[in-house]
Design a protein around this ligand. Sequence first.
Ligand code: ATP
Ligand code: MG
Length: 239
Amino acid sequence: MAPHTEQLTRPAVRLRGLTRSFEGRTVLDGVDLDLPAGQFTALLGHSGSGKSTLLRAIAGIDHGVAGSGTLTAPERVSVVFQDSRLLPWRRVLPNVLLGLDGEDAEERGRAALAEVGLGGRERAWPTELSGGEQQRAALARSLVREPELLLADEPFGALDALTRIKMHALLRRLWERHRPSVLLVTHDVDEAIVLADRVLVLEDGRIGLDLTVDRDGPHAHGGYRTQLLKALGVSEDAP
Ligand SMILES: Nc1ncnc2c1ncn2[C@@H]1O[C@H](COP(=O)(O)OP(=O)(O)OP(=O)(O)O)[C@@H](O)[C@H]1O
Ligand SMILES: [Mg+2]
């Protein structure tokens, strides 16, 4: 399903002049960024380039950025990390429902678990789930909150290649169904192209490249790949 044009004109996130330094070292240097509602965006960049720092700032969980730049973000924001962060002393369903109230909360939690293929595992302990299943439970936990913005920091980074491919399909399907704005931080150029409609490269504290991935256009995956690797300063011929 193609994104609705009128929906995409309304920015979900509007960031202007965000600067973040640690001990005098500037990591983010006046970042400007608009994320349209309902858009799937991936964020690439070298290790240490500030991807997680930017994501934390947008999530509103970095109090150190206060007063630097301006940020407008939706009310309902969910964050998914590389590890599932499920509480080991709670079963899967209570983990998904954590902090959620309302009469229909349990029903919604069960529905979210079914959506990620974990129907029937509601009473399992987190340690009884595989890594991929734990990440699916984490996705269910974020989905059940019906986020307008889903921030994901290398959510598949710790998974094996096969599980990662399945998770790609699942995330894309969930996005098509629920249409949150997504900002996915990843190291993986191919993952970015496969999943996102727009790929950003963070470089020297700013967005260095802003690439639109046109799935129906003439450019093949390889063309985007070459462009992104070049922006990242990596040669495809490198051993
Ligand atoms: N709380 C902190 N205190 C001091 N330095 C920090 C802090 N958080 C991040 N940094 C520094 O800021 C820089 C950017 O970190 P960040 O975690 O955003 O990078 P990243 O692009 O997410 O890297 P990776 O791909 O390895 O996850 C790093 O040099 C890091 O050491
Ligand atoms: Mg990071």
